[in-house]
Write a protein that binds this ligand. Structure first.
Ligand code: FES
Length: 103
């Protein structure tokens, strides 16, 4: 069952081409803005638990700041290396709030 929770306000979300870290209900999230569209990914890199929300955007991927693994912000699939992925949480903007489904 969906569990929609407020992650942050729209005004607090990162600008185009940037990422940030956020936490809600004990879940650490990487909030990314690619071309004006927000995406919410698991903040923990599957390589060595690097903080993806402290990384940067390249194309449609967020790049881990520790060893540069890159994950597509829509699918969570790694562009490098293959066969790795992070969870992507459903996200919607409702009024002034950014909501994520952390179920
Ligand atoms: S911890 Fe993310 S690439 Fe190594």
């Amino acid at each position: 069952m969906a569990q929609w929770v407020r992650l942050c306000g729209v005004a607090e979300a990162p600008p185009v081409g940037r990422v940030m870290e956020a936490e809600v209900e004990g879940v650490a999230i990487c909030l990314a803005n690619v071309n004006g569209e927000l995406s919410a990914l698991d903040n923990v890199c599957p390589h060595r638990q690097g903080p993806l929300g402290q990384g940067w955007i390249e194309g449609e991927a967020v790049v881990c700041p520790w060893h540069s693994w890159a994950f597509n912000v829509k699918t969570g699939l790694a562009e490098y290396p293959a066969d790795e992925r992070v969870e992507v949480f459903p996200l919607r903007v409702e009024g002034e709030d950014v909501l994520v489904d952390i179920e």
